[in-house]
Write a new protein. Structure first.
Length: 184
């Protein structure tokens, strides 16, 4: 799927109860870049802001406050990071779930997502493990961005849909925090 594309997940896969969102990247010889990438998941209300600080899933908070969304400690199937979402368990006030990859800027040296060789997101059926969708490579067009909104799951007419975002932040985590109304 290309940037901007969307799919009606629960309409296309009747009975879909949950998904695994896997992010796979290739940093080439840039080992420090590979080790400094972090996946962040934000559960948002209708205003596109995080419901609270407890509705942000990342390495310091592995599960959302409502327990519907959690980071997988050991990614499987070749992904570098994975998040499980129990779609049936997501509270009604969560209208969208946004997945963001960012460069953890600690450790010195300017690293950017434009240095990646490849960045792909795939979505699997939580129950069966079968692949549902996969994005095109999201690296082309990236330059100095240090954070990138990858995809979003969102509610529409009682169904869950998925949209490929590919929207970058040159101000990294600061921009993500500003847009989602949280402190990170």
């Amino acid at each position: 799927m290309a940037k901007g594309a969307n799919v009606a997940l629960t309409r296309e896969v009747p009975g879909l109860k949950g998904v695994v969102v896997g992010v796979d990247w290739d940093a080439g010889a840039e080992r420090f870049l590979h080790d400094s990438l972090t996946l962040l998941t934000v559960l948002c209300g209708s205003d596109r802001k995080a419901l609270s600080q407890h509705h942000v899933v990342h390495f310091n908070q592995m599960v959302s406050a409502d327990l519907s969304t959690g980071q997988v400690e050991q990614a499987m199937g070749g992904d570098d990071e994975q998040v499980e979402v129990d779609l049936a368990g997501v509270p009604d006030d969560v209208q969208r779930i946004v997945f963001v990859l960012y460069v953890n800027e600690g450790g010195g040296g300017r690293r950017t997502l434009g240095q990646l060789k490849r960045l792909v997101v795939r979505v699997l059926d939580l129950d069966s493990g079968n692949s549902l969708v996969s994005t095109d490579d999201l690296v082309p067009g990236l330059g100095g961005e240090t954070a990138l909104s990858l995809i979003e799951l969102y509610r529409h007419s009682g169904e869950w849909k998925l949209r490929v975002l590919g929207a970058g932040y040159s101000d990294g985590l600061k921009g993500v925090a500003r847009d989602f109304g949280v402190s990170l």
